[in-house]
Ligand binder design. Structure first.
Ligand SMILES: Nc1nc2c(ncn2[C@@H]2O[C@H](COP(=O)(O)OP(=O)(O)OP(=O)(O)O)[C@@H](O)[C@H]2O)c(=O)[nH]1
Length: 404
């Protein structure tokens, strides 16, 4: 019989459970479409397209085979086998790509060609449905295995969501490896009359459906979380230096100060000296590079409990946990010295000025920033490249009383 005829002419008596089996491919297409929709919105997560293909491609052979007699299954096995193999490799590829790896396309091609040759032999030369099922299921399990190594080799940030996703994929692979064994035992004990009407077929479809739903659920949850984290990062970080921005600082600083049980907090305002001149002589791109280097100098002199912020332009703010104004000034001075080490082509030496204030309560934040700003202004006015605090000799005596 012709292939197209074999696909479109259903068996003589379609059972109710065969129609019921169509729910599975329908769900596969639906879940695959959800992943495509997700990709269309994000545009960044290309691996979602591979995973979508992994859901949509096998849906076609499942739908067709659910309505076929064993004789028709033999005629369509090679073509429909291609859809299964491509679909399973797409899942492996998607998962591998998500982890920054690959799913060995050459090995996948070899496995697929061998499987298709086997399907051809056991359908066109010797009609053995048992062998065809075994070959196809073994090949599909091997294709999924190709993704597993990449998923475990290229480890992403270890968190509970990642572990659940990885664990789910591992279960999916394990199930695929066990399936040929189940088929081997089940068919051996109960020779198939019509595969698509057998409980084995329905059982496999039900297991597929459950796995698919679970896997897509986990995948979408992980993707949503990634998107939310990326959005939060974009909202909180300065894109040039990757430091916190002003808004994120005022959101995080009060809680950070209140949480700390002991010690003072110092506010260091830092401003790169003659930055306009750097921009004018070396160009805006070099200016940007200087800002990135300045951010690194500040960040490497702080601990994870401190906050480093780009207030705007060439002005930075550091919230530093310390035990005295003196120790905060020592840190600021170390930062100041390290500015001189930033490499600047043809520009003499990079310098920065600092204003330092200490506080012990969150409600002093705004006034302390204003005060640190005043100190910075004095540092600029009295020659730049210096750390100014209320204890500095240059600090105007009449303001001394209000300083920390
Ligand atoms: N490259 C670059 N330049 C910026 C950025 N933001 C602000 N600027 C420039 O930074 C310069 C700041 O100049 P000023 O405020 O005069 O400060 P300054 O030249 O450092 O002078 P002093 O602070 O008095 O030493 C301006 O020319 C801004 O255009 C940025 O993101 N990248």
């Amino acid at each position: 019989m012709h292939f197209a005829q074999a696909i479109f002419s259903p068996g003589p008596s379609l059972q109710a459970n065969q129609y019921f089996a169509l729910i599975v491919p329908f769900c596969g297409v639906l879940l695959g479409s959800a992943l495509v929709g997700c990709w269309a919105v994000l545009k960044t997560h290309k691996y979602l397209l591979w995973l979508a293909a992994g859901y949509i491609l096998p849906a076609l052979p499942i739908a067709v085979q659910s309505m076929q007699t064993n004789q028709q299954l033999a005629q369509t096995s090679v073509v429909l086998g291609c859809f299964y193999l491509l679909g399973l490799w797409a899942i492996a590829r998607g998962m591998a790509q998500r982890s920054g790896g690959d799913a060995s396309p050459k090995i996948a091609l070899l496995i697929s060609l061998l499987a298709l040759a086997g399907l051809y032999y056991f359908s066109q030369v010797v009609d053995d449905i048992h062998m065809r099922m075994l070959i196809l299921n073994i090949a599909m399990a091997l294709l999924l295995l190709l993704g597993l190594s990449a998923v475990y080799r290229h480890r992403q940030a270890e968190d509970i969501f990642e572990r659940i996703l990885r664990g789910s994929y591992l279960c999916f692979v394990a199930y695929s490896l066990i399936r040929p064994l189940v088929i081997f035992i089940a068919v051996e004990q109960n020779p198939l009359i019509t595969l698509s009407q057998s409980p084995l077929w329905l059982l496999m479809l039900a297991a597929n459906l459950l796995m698919s739903l679970w896997f897509v659920g986990v995948l979408l949850a992980v993707t949503c979380r990634e998107v939310l984290l990326a959005m939060k990062k974009e909202r909180d970080l300065d894109p040039l230096t990757q430091l916190l921005n002003r808004r994120a600082f005022f959101e995080q600083a009060p809680a950070r100060i209140q949480r700390s049980k002991q010690g003072l907090w110092a506010l260091l305002i830092c401003d790169v000296d003659h930055f306009k001149q750097i921009n004018d002589t070396l160009g805006h791109a070099a200016g940007d590079e200087v800002l990135r280097s300045a951010a690194k100098v500040l960040a490497r002199n702080t601990r994870h409990t401190d906050l480093v912020v780009r207030l705007g332009g060439e002005e930075f703010l550091v919230l530093l946990n310390c035990d005295s104004l003196h120790s905060a000034c020592v840190v600021a001075d170390r930062m100041r010295e390290q500015f001189a080490e930033v490499h600047l082509a043809s520009y003499q030496k990079l310098t920065a000025s600092f204003g330092v204030v200490v506080i012990d309560a969150a409600d002093q934040l705004q006034s302390a920033i204003n005060q640190a700003d005043n100190l910075l202004y004095v540092a600029k006015r009295t020659g730049r490249n210096k750390v100014m605090s209320a204890q500095s000799p240059e600090w105007p005596k009449k303001l001394h009383a209000t300083a920390c």
